[in-house]
Each structure stands twice: as structure tokens, then as C-alpha cells.
Ligand binder design. Structure first.
Ligand SMILES: NC(=O)c1ccc[n+]([C@@H]2O[C@H](COP(=O)([O-])OP(=O)(O)OC[C@H]3O[C@@H](n4cnc5c(N)ncnc54)[C@H](OP(=O)(O)O)[C@@H]3O)[C@@H](O)[C@H]2O)c1
Length: 253
């Protein structure tokens, strides 16, 4: 345990698995009180149990980021339970069923936009409304490198939602830096979570597929993404505003 985030209350959305769980554990390891949020309760309860077993402090709040009333309640509950909100990692996201643009299934498209983009907007909105009246804060959004390069056939809904998430990050950062709120994004490439596995693929199959696609020759570790998140959220990045930090093993180099 270190004290880099001692005294800070940190909200992590999508904290029931993958990058979000790793983020919640890392913030807690570095002294923060963590609120772990997701739609399902099981994953976030497990995240909280892991944090508490390691000597940290956390609570779990169920919230669907695509629903305004649930996000408003998430922020209210965070403040009521822990006395404030200083840092948010907006990380909740889904990877919709791929398919060519000409065969777009509107439900698949809408779900990606609702969660990956509108969910991000709602999270920012309610976090900002609290932070701007309460001493400011730092927000890091999880976007994706696909928003920047877009070179993945069949992934229009995901790529468009993440490109918009990166753009939303920059505009929000400019809108609210004068309120004392620093907003940035991390854009991972393929990372070692279930999201980067194709249907029927295991970790070995993924390693084989990515070996020739990713310049570094391997998938990223969740902690390799999370270290960028923690840096952007920390005072070490006090002059970094509206940045989209790509961690993708060289795909967009
Ligand atoms: N893994 C990769 O290769 C990769 C690459 C680039 C970017 N990313 C991004 O990284 C983020 C985390 O993904 P991951 O790889 O860690 O995948 P993951 O393990 O599937 O985690 C996604 C998390 O988001 C939550 N979530 C989904 N929809 C939600 C909603 N409507 N409201 C609240 N929470 C919701 C999920 O829990 P519930 O289902 O219980 O809600 C889960 O906790 C996503 O934004 C993803 O797009 C991942």
C-alpha cells in the first residue's frame, strides 16, 4: 500500500471485471476509498471483497451508466457513503456484436451508443455537477485506440462510440478545466480481459491472432492500462488536460 491517493474518494464504473476491477484494486492499494459500480452486483461485490482482503476500503453500488436516474443516484450514494467524490474512472463499456455497416442491426448500434457514449456523457455530467461545487477533481475515461485508427472491419458501432468518447473527453476537458476539473482519457489496445477474446477463442488463440497485429507482439496487461489511468488521475499529471493517452503496444504508432 502507498498513500498516493490517501484521503481521496474514487469512483470506478465497470469495476466488476477486467480493467475496471484492476483500476479499483490499484486505487485502493494506493490509499483511496473506492466505489465500484456496474450493472450486475456479483462482480462489484467480488471487487470490494478483494480490496477489503488486501486491507483497503471500498463499497459497491449497482448502476447502469446508460440510465440518467441511476447515474445521478450513483454519485449521490458515493457522496453520502464516503463524504465526497474526488476522482472518477469512467470505464464501463460493451463490445457489441460485429457486422458490416451495410447490415447494421440498429439494436446493436443503439446499445453501443447508449452505454459507451451516452453512458459516458451521463457519468461526466453528474460527476462534474458535484465536483465543480466541491473543490474540483480529476476524471479519466476509458476510450479505445480503435476510435483513433478505425481499421477494424465490422466494428462500426464500437469504433464510432469510442471515437466519440475520445472527442467528448476533449470537449468536456475544455468546458470544465476552469471549474478545477481535469478530464483525460486512456485508450487501450487489446487488453487481457474477456472483451478482447473473439467468440470461441481462448487466450492462446488471441495471442496467436495478435502476435502479427500488435507491434509489441502481445496483449496488454490490465495493470499496464491502469498505471496510465492512475497517473492521469494523480497530481503528477496536474498540467495534463484533455489528453487521450494511447496504450496499445504500438498499433497506432
Ligand atoms: N479489453 C480490451 O481489449 C479493451 C480495449 C480497448 C478499450 N477497452 C475498454 O475498456 C473498458 C473496460 O473493458 P474490459 O476489457 O475490462 O471489459 P469487461 O471485463 O467486459 O468490463 C466491462 C465492465 O463494464 C460494465 N458495464 C457494461 N455495461 C455497463 C453499463 N451499462 N453500466 C454500468 N456498467 C456496465 C461490466 O459489468 P456489468 O455487465 O455487470 O455492468 C463490466 O464491469 C471498456 O470501456 C472497453 O470498451 C477494452
Amino acid at each position: 500500500m502507498t498513500d498516493r491517493f490517501g484521503g481521496k474518494v474514487v469512483l470506478v464504473t465497470g469495476a466488476g471485471s477486467g480493467i475496471g476491477r484492476a483500476s479499483a484494486l490499484a486505487f485502493a492499494r494506493e490509499g483511496a476509498t473506492v466505489v465500484a459500480a456496474a450493472r450486475g452486483s456479483e462482480g462489484i461485490k467480488e471487487t470490494v471483497a478483494l480490496i477489503e482482503a488486501a486491507g483497503g476500503t471500498a463499497s459497491a453500488v449497482v448502476a447502469d451508466v446508460s440510465k440518467a436516474d441511476e447515474v445521478a443516484n450513483l454519485i449521490r450514494t458515493t457522496v453520502e457513503q464516503h463524504g465526497g467524490l474526488h476522482i472518477a474512472h469512467n470505464n464501463a463499456g460493451v463490445f457489441p456484436k460485429p457486422g458490416p455497416v451495410g447490415d447494421t442491426d440498429l439494436e446493436v448500434w443503439q446499445r453501443a451508443i447508449d452505454i459507451n457514449l451516452t453512458g459516458l456523457l451521463l457519468s461526466l455530467k453528474y460527476e462534474i455537477q458535484y465536483m465543480r461545487d466541491n473543490g474540483g477533481g480529476a476524471i479519466v475515461n476509458t476510450s479505445s485506440n480503435i476510435g483513433a485508427h478505425g481499421r477494424r472491419p465490422g466494428m462500426a458501432a464500437y469504433a464510432a462510440s469510442k471515437a466519440a468518447a475520445s472527442t467528448l473527453t476533449r470537449v468536456a476537458a475544455l468546458d470544465h478545466i476552469k471549474d478545477g476539473i481535469r478530464i483525460n482519457a486512456v485508450s487501450p489496445g487489446a487488453t487481457d480481459t474477456s472483451m478482447s477474446l473473439r467468440p470461441g477463442e481462448d487466450a492462446d488463440g488471441r495471442a496467436e491472432r495478435l502476435a502479427s497485429v500488435v507491434p509489441i507482439g502481445r496483449v496488454g496487461g490490465t495493470d499496464e492500462i491502469v498505471s496510465a489511468v492512475l497517473w492521469l488521475a494523480s497530481d503528477e499529471a496536474a498540467f495534463v488536460v484533455g489528453h487521450d493517452l494511447v496504450a496499445d503496444g504500438g498499433v497506432t504508432a
